[in-house]
Write a protein of this length. Structure first.
Length: 90
């Protein structure tokens, strides 16, 4: 699942892992190599992944949680900070 906000073309993905206590494997792979491919709506393209930090991360996570309330539940279910990743076409 991805989100887009405002005029930005970035795809926002959240490494929630359904609120589990560990990061999902896709996030670990993306953190190791930010040059990845995305497939959406039948289109496949290269992106550069950026792990969002600080206030920008908090603001984006709040937008995600407002758009889909399940993410607020995932945040409440774990002690780890759930990573937010911005994907930009390469």
């Amino acid at each position: 699942m991805y989100f887009q906000f405002g005029e930005s073309s970035d795809l926002i993905v959240v490494a929630s892992n359904y609120g589990q206590g560990r990061h999902p494997a896709w996030y670990l792979n993306t953190a190791a190599d930010p040059n990845v491919f995305v497939e959406t709506k039948g289109d496949r393209f290269a992106v550069e992944a950026r792990i969002v930090k600080g206030e920008e991360r908090s603001a984006l996570f709040d937008k995600v949680a407002a758009a889909n309330r399940r993410f607020a539940g995932y945040r409440a279910a774990t002690d780890r900070q759930i990573p937010v990743v911005a994907l930009r076409r390469a």
